[in-house]
Design a protein around this ligand. Structure first.
Ligand code: GLA
Length: 753
């Protein structure tokens, strides 16, 4: 019975895919209520058992429970497959010490432990009082329940140091959002030294495995999978940005999960500055995940009456593997996180000038590219770096956001009108947070860059970072972007950020406030984006940081797309994109077709490059002046094909059928939200011994439905009559991929139910 709720949802999943959201909700709640009768509590996303002080938070895919123990401390009780009855969950019990070295606090699973008492693991909160006292022990104080949201207030055993734990359940999405607000209601200042969003506890046990994403510039989001042992693994950024090195996402399985089977617990932190997630296995068979603001170089003062909010940490549980975990996140991101949610438009096919022209932009050259791009079916033309100030290379100009009069004597209007006349929207590259030493802005305001007085100001790519935590810098940045968007028909900013922060001094504020820079910088960045969007409702933003250095769920609240990587080499991209989709939906994965030879000196066929890029938000970054007539025909055909499958790619369910990490063949399948269409991309790295590519078994189809199959390039092998979903999922499709870097896409249309 305990799994009944889960069973119901699994068994209705297929029909749900073909219903509208509202219909689904209606059917789900109606059926649940009818079936449960008096036990209709299961329809509630948050159940509170007041007599035993237990909360049970339930989504379509998972439940999460916590309760107050006899000492008044909030203990974690359950995280896993859906339950429907708070009464089943045992009350939180007080623990006995194992020895004087293993105190009860270490054996408990405290929901949000502060550093105090006999706690030696990673705390969620650490505070120093003005008198040096650093002991904080939190006890349950009160709760406030509003629909899908629950606030639980904890309070120190002596002082008015309060922590409000925020929980928001997304019942239809399988996602739980957690964050915390730390409030200083004492009469003296406090210094917060660790402010985490949440601690997550897994079911007690050992043998768990951690999956996470690492990389560097041009090699982002590589998938790592390793055993969790006793001790602590730290995933973090100290760079002031999300960083290419580790992405704030994790997935943990019990050592037995695959793409489409097994239990997976996952989480993603919504923060674009210094973040930290620790994965810790205690000596007591307990895995704890703690995440929020990075504790490194962190000190946030709170005057009496002040509060600090921590970023949202989203978590979920999927019973059907890593693929299911990704799909939960993808849908949640598209519908609940990204601007516009369900009402946002499909991502347009874009052209970007960077790899074609680098800094050598001018009106005639850009018009020439735009004219060719329009012929291919491009919908958004983006002019990249080089259009402003004295920006002829990366040594000068950042900070001077006025149009370069030599390159654009009549301003941007001539180009934008021309682009619009071709039926395309216009987008513009900006890097607002930066300044070159060789710029009018730096000559006017050397004090605006982040630095320690009388110390070196490290330059990276010849540039320094403006201190966005300062309100004058913030207003300057908002001002010039607002002016650009007001005076020109700009529909899209590619917002770049080409170096990490360094030497994070802020001399104009008292010493105790200087480290607020790490946090205030990010809030001000978000704030500028929000204000811009409010003033220019049609404006869209792409988040780029030398590629994928600022891709996270905090940024996604403010932008439509991420630039995935500066590495546009198609074969390398397969792995970068695989990792990216572990955490982020393909709709947000900007992917361009560029010239060859590309990175690694590798040349892949134009069709292969298109097929790789068509798995996300398609863009073209090639020098179109060099396209042959044959290239033009091929490219126009691929763009048209992409537009046909775009809703499935951008809004559908992704199944990673074969990983580029596992062998010669990579395959990804997208199933449209209404189930009518599916598209399968298959790539082959290098054929050996004339071996045929293996059959690709499909996923996510209706076994009883019949599908018509169509290859974009006649590479389906054998006779291809319409086939049932059951056959396609059991026996699969065969494609004729030969030689090196061959690829194809097969489109399936449902023809009969
Ligand atoms: C970064 C971006 C590129 C391009 C250049 C321009 O590297 O990731 O796409 O915009 O800057 O300087």
């Amino acid at each position: 019975m305990a799994n009944w709720y889960g069973y119901f949802l699994t068994s209705t999943k297929r029909s749900y895919r073909s219903e509208t959201e509202n219909t689904m909700r209606h059917i789900a709640s109606f059926t649940l209520l009818a079936a449960l009768g008096a036990a209709s509590l299961a329809a509630q996303s948050v159940q509170y058992d007041e007599s035993r002080k237990i909360w049970l938070l339930t989504t379509r895919d998972s439940s999460y429970a916590m309760g107050v123990d006899p000492n008044g401390e909030l203990q974690h009780l359950y995280w896993g497959a859906p339950l429907w009855r708070a009464g089943d969950v045992p009350a939180a019990a007080a623990r006995r010490e194992l020895s004087s070295f293993d105190p009860p606090a270490m054996l408990e699973r405290e929901e949000f432990p502060a550093w105090g008492g006999t706690r030696y693991y990673e705390p969620a909160l650490k505070v120093t009082r003005a008198d040096g006292d650093r002991d904080v022990v939190l006890r349950y104080a009160s709760q406030a329940l509003r629909g899908d949201s629950l606030d639980i207030t904890l309070k120190d055993i002596r002082d008015d140091i309060l922590v409000v734990l925020h929980y928001r359940v997304y019942p239809d999405y399988g996602i739980l959002e957690r964050s915390a607000t730390i409030e200083n209601k004492t009469a003296a200042p406090l210094m917060v030294e660790s402010a985490q969003s949440a601690t997550w506890n897994l079911p007690p046990g050992e043998g768990y495995q951690l999956t996470y994403l690492t990389g560097r510039w041009a090699a982002e989001t590589q998938v790592n999978h390793e055993a969790i042992h006793q001790g602590m693994k730290v995933l973090e950024s100290r760079k002031g940005i999300t960083s290419h090195n580790i992405n704030p996402w994790f997935a943990i399985d019990a050592g037995d999960a695959g793409e489409e089977h097994g239990s997976v617990w996952f989480g993603a932190l919504a923060w674009s500055g210094n973040w930290r997630i620790t994965v810790e296995q205690t000596p007591y068979q307990q895995v704890r995940i703690t995440g929020g603001l990075n504790t490194f170089d962190f000190a946030y003062p709170l005057a009496p009456g002040e509060a600090l909010d921590t970023p949202a940490f989203y978590g979920g549980y999927a019973g059907q593997g890593f693929g299911a975990a990704s799909r939960l996140l993808h849908r949640f991101e598209r519908e609940q996180v990204a601007p516009g949610g369900l009402t946002s438009r499909l991502r347009p096919v874009l052209y970007n000038s960077w790899e074609a022209t680098t800094f050598n932009v001018n009106e005639a050259g850009q018009k020439q590219l735009a004219a060719i791009a329009a012929k291919l079916g491009v919908e958004l033309f983006v002019m990249d770096d080089g259009w402003f100030g004295k920006r002829n290379n990366d040594h000068a100009g950042l900070g001077d956001w006025t149009v370069n009069p030599q390159k654009f004597p009549a301003g941007l209007k001539g180009l934008i009108d021309y682009v619009n006349g071709l039926g395309m929207d216009f987008g513009l590259w900006v890097e607002p947070e930066m300044v070159n030493a060789d710029s009018d802005l730096y000559r006017r305001h050397p004090d605006w860059v982040i630095h320690f007085p009388d110390r070196p100001r490290s330059e990276l790519r010849n540039q320094m970072v403006l201190n966005l935590a300062r309100s004058d810098v913030k207003e300057y940045i908002f001002g010039f972007l607002d002016k650009l968007a007001s005076e020109n028909n700009i529909k899209y900013f590619k917002w770049d950020m080409n170096r990490p922060l360094s030497e994070p001094g802020w001399e104009d504020v008292p010493v105790a406030d200087q480290r607020k820079l790490w946090v205030d910088y990010v809030h001000n960045l978000y704030d500028i984006m929000d204000r811009l969007r409010a003033r220019h409702p049609k404006l869209e933003i792409e988040s780029c940081s030398g590629g994928g250095g600022r891709a996270d769920l905090g940024m996604l609240r403010h932008v439509e797309e991420f630039w995935t990587s500066d590495n546009t080499e198609a074969f390398d991209r397969l792995r970068i994109q695989e990792g990216f989709t572990e955490a982020y939906a393909p709709k947000f994965m900007s992917a361009w077709v560029t010239d060859v030879p590309n990175m690694n000196g590798r040349s892949t066929p134009l069709e292969y490059r298109f097929l790789v890029a068509m798995q996300g938000a398609l863009g073209i970054g090639a020098n179109l002046n060099k396209f042959s007539a044959g290239d033009m025909t091929e490219a126009a055909k691929m763009v048209a094909t992409y537009k046909r499958i775009r809703p499935a790619v951008q809004l559908g369910d992704l199944y990673r059928l074969a990983s580029p990490r596992a062998g010669d063949v990579t395959a990804n399948q997208y199933v449209a939200a209404d189930g009518q269409q599916s598209v399968v991309f298959v790539f082959r790295h290098s054929q050996e011994y004339r071996t045929a590519a293996p059959a690709i078994r499909l996923q996510g189809l209706d076994p009883r439905a019949i599908y018509r199959l169509e290859s974009v390039d006649n590479k389906l092998t054998g006779r291809q009559p319409p086939l049932s979903g059951a056959y396609l999922m059991q026996a699969g499709i065969s494609v004729n991929l030969q030689g090196d870097f061959d690829g194809t896409a097969v489109i399936l249309e449902k023809v009969a139910q």
